[in-house]
Design a binder for this molecule. Structure first.
Ligand SMILES: Nc1ncnc2c1ncn2[C@@H]1O[C@H](COP(=O)(O)OP(=O)(O)O)[C@@H](O)[C@H]1O
Ligand SMILES: [Mg+2]
Length: 464
């Protein structure tokens, strides 16, 4: 991994930005602390010197020069950090613990900072000092001050500690930033690699999830959900193409062959007419199948979700029942309705109507009672709201029903049970019902109607 990439990551930039801000505020804080402590030390020194000057001034006022010189001599015996020097007009040292008068001029505030030498065990020591000087009458000179060597050393100790602290902070922050960005970059790299694989056609691949639950994980999860969706759509598309290839091609071939055979032999106009009529009927069948396939594909694509409106389920059920009443009658069946008024579902009217007509059509085609009884057998159609707000459409008949182990299978495309071989149909009715239920976030369930089949389409309630 090139370091240049590392420096370009947003994590690293953020880390550096934070580091800069943090360092700036730390420096400001430390500077404040430094100036405060150093300032305090200076003030303390100055105050001590000032107190000493006041004391000596009192002595001078009481006993004049002799008492002042006497006091300085006394104090110089045990001076501590204090420095004294008294010179006469000739520059001779009269008293004090300094050897010579410092050669620096006092500053504007009257204070002098200078270096003085002191004999120590190993030769001569140079030390820093701070003092004030006064000229007394008769050309006498008085200097009162304090050794500040120790203070200076403490100051420089604090300074170097602060510099080190700041340098360490910067170094650690920089290393931390690099480390974090490297981690980040490694994960982004993994995501890049996975998406490359996916783009190259491995649609089953998914982006890695680190399990930390951070925004990268969230992004990965969302992208994975999107990939799931895309994969499902692709599979659906492939199925439709396969279906079209297998289940529409053979009937088309058959149709074509029959027409060809008819053309090969001389026939009467009446025979031709019959063949043409059969061809039209078969073409109609093909068209119906084709439309059903397209409808299933549309329902499965999920793009219809935007076009959903609020629908009165009672109206759909009544319309479908009305449409099928004559056909049911023809087949010796009655239709019995039980609709709850004032309900609402959110959905696609066209698809829901188609599903209901499919279910009623099935009940008429496949749900005829095997043994005739006295009364007219009925198809019971109902729409009711459950207590949890979901709306259930039910179509129940008294036919042979669907055995339990076949119930999942009949939802697949083109699946027709052996018992239904002699009824017309393409095996797509329940597939559409299932696809539409999924599109609406609902489900299809089969129950035994004892005897017969009870199909329920459950939709989530429109008002959440
Ligand atoms: N009410 C029913 N009673 C018994 N069997 C049924 C019923 N509805 C559907 N089936 C079975 O499920 C199969 C699939 O139904 P469907 O997908 O609607 O296809 P089609 O009606 O075109 O045969 C039917 O062929 C039939 O065998
Ligand atoms: Mg059907």
């Amino acid at each position: 991994m090139l370091p240049i990439n590392l420096l370009k990551t947003s994590t690293f930039r953020l880390a550096v930005l934070y580091l800069g801000l943090f360092a700036a505020s730390a420096i400001m804080l430390l500077a404040y602390v430094y100036w405060n402590t150093a300032g305090f030390l200076v003030r303390q020194t100055d105050e001590a010197v000032q107190a000493e000057i006041t004391g000596l001034a009192e002595q001078y006022a009481q006993g004049g020069l002799p008492l002042l010189v006497h006091t300085v001599i006394q104090r110089s015996r045990d001076p501590g950090q204090s420095l004294y020097l008294v010179l006469d007009s000739a520059g001779q040292v009269l008293a004090g613990n300094l050897d010579v008068r410092p050669s620096v001029a006092p500053g504007a505030d009257g204070w002098m900072d200078f270096i003085y030498s002191r004999r120590a065990l190993e030769g001569v020591e140079l030390k820093a000092a701070r003092a004030r000087a006064f000229y007394l009458p008769e050309g006498f000179y008085l200097l009162v001050g304090r050794d500040v060597q120790e203070r200076r050393e403490i100051e420089s100790l604090i300074t170097s500690a602060l510099v080190w602290a700041i340098a360490l902070t910067l170094a650690l922050g920089l290393i931390g930033g690099l480390f974090m960005s490297r981690n980040m970059l490694a994960r982004v790299d993994e995501i890049n690699k996975s998406s490359q694989d996916i783009m190259e056609g491995d649609l089953s691949r998914r982006l890695p999830i680190a399990g930390t639950g951070d925004e990268l994980d969230q992004l990965g999860k969302n992208l994975n959900a999107m990939l799931d969706q895309i994969e499902a759509l692709m599979i659906g598309m492939r199925q439709v193409t396969d279906n079209v290839a297998h289940d529409l091609r053979s009937p088309l071939n058959r149709l074509r062959n029959r027409l060809e055979v008819t053309l090969l032999q001389e026939s009467s106009p009446e025979e031709y007419r019959q063949v043409l009529e059969r061809t039209i009927a078969e073409a109609d069948n093909l068209l119906t199948t084709f439309n059903a396939l397209l409808m299933i594909a549309r329902a499965e694509a999920g793009s219809l979700r935007e076009s959903m409106t609020n629908i009165d389920p009672a109206a759909i059920v009544r319309d479908a029942a009305e449409l099928y009443e004559p056909v049911a009658e023809e087949n010796g069946l009655g239709i019995h309705l039980n609709v709850q008024e004032g309900l609402q579902v959110r959905g696609n009217r066209e698809l829901l109507s188609q599903v209901l007509t499919n279910l009623i059509d099935n009940a008429i085609k496949h749900g005829k009672p095997e043994t005739a009884s006295g009364d007219i057998p009925t198809i019971d159609i109902s729409v009711l709201q459950e207590r949890n707000g979901r709306v259930c459409f039910t179509v129940a008949d008294h036919g042979s029903g669907i055995p339990k182990h076949e119930r999942a299978r009949v939802l697949e495309r083109f699946v027709r049970l052996e018992t239904s071989r002699n009824t017309p149909g393409s095996g797509l009715g329940l597939s559409l019902a299932s696809a539409v239920a999924r599109l609406h976030g609902g489900r299809i369930d089969f129950e035994d109607n004892q005897p017969g089949l009870k199909v329920t389409l459950t939709l989530p309630s429109a008002v959440r």
